[in-house]
Design a protein around this ligand. Sequence first.
Ligand SMILES: [Zn+2]
Length: 381
Amino acid sequence: MFGSLRVARIIGIDIEINLSWLAILALLAWTLSDSVFPDQYDGWSRAAYWVVGTTSAVLLFVTVLIHELAHAIVAKRRGLDVPRITLFIFGGVSHMSRQPQTPGEEFAIAAAGPATSVVVAGVSLGGALLTMDWNEKVSGIFFYLGTVNVMLAVFNILPGFPLDGGRVLRSIAWKRMGSFRGATRVASGVGEMFGYGLLLLGATILLSGYALNGLWFMFIGWFLLNAARAEAGNMQLESILGRLTAGDVMHREFELVKPGMSLQEVVDDHMLARGERAVIVANDGAVRGLLTVSDIRKVPREAWPHTPVQGVMTPRERVTTVTVTAKALDVLRVVSENRFNQVPVLDDGQMVGIITRRELLDRLQLAESLAPDSGGESPPP
Ligand SMILES: [Zn+2]
């Protein structure tokens, strides 16, 4: 994602921070140190307020990360790949390689987050009680983390997409109705109603003279309303594009090169001459690997004439592939989650084509603009 910074890697998952988050972290640390803690606790030194405020802000980040990791661990246990987690201030997004396939799977993954926040809140509030008589500052940090995690759990369990509560609701409806599509409609309908309800509640509070609280409720309501509508829109897009498969969007001609060929030869005769960003490395009809522009760029230009393809390519067992019957939208998910420029297509273990990200996006955009109710050409991204 643009504007995101990779900060760590935990159990095989890249942890990213959205850059906007750094600004909000600073603002939060300042608010806590300058007003929240001074309002609640008297007689600390100015430095103490800042140390406690900044520590609390950073630990809040850690508890949000724990919430997201809970989703990711449950997802991974159930066989969903989670390449990355991006953290925003109110939570994060666990990027998963596919949608859950059963109601039980969706329920377990969605519920793990808020359940973990409740546990974190309990532990923090317990810590606040235990340390109350011993150290007011430590106890203050615990108390802050406890209350904020209660809020996190409550906010995330609101029944609107993309919040956890919306997913829990969808999984329950899915189980009852037996239809993912129908359940999504129900869940986004409830999310929309909930959004309107909060907008109305916020307006009432605003008109009774509590402007800030009212605006806050209205903001959350507006957020839920938009999120619910976006999910319904996604569903529509999915039904328009759902018919396209990998076989429809791949191209069947791909450049084959031999493992012993030099990089220079590949660049001159296969990439520049044919406009390909990736070639398949094969020997006697057997695919050995994939060689891409990014692989080649890791080798200094002057070494290209005497570097064989073999040493630079991504070997076959490490190449992610899709099957010819995979849905184009799932291919798009694989390509964008992993930031691939291309992915080979297999049919019965045999390589039959290649899909590039650019072509895939072009095809999806074309299909979208030809859909009956799309309103014509969609704007460029
Ligand atoms: Zn969550």
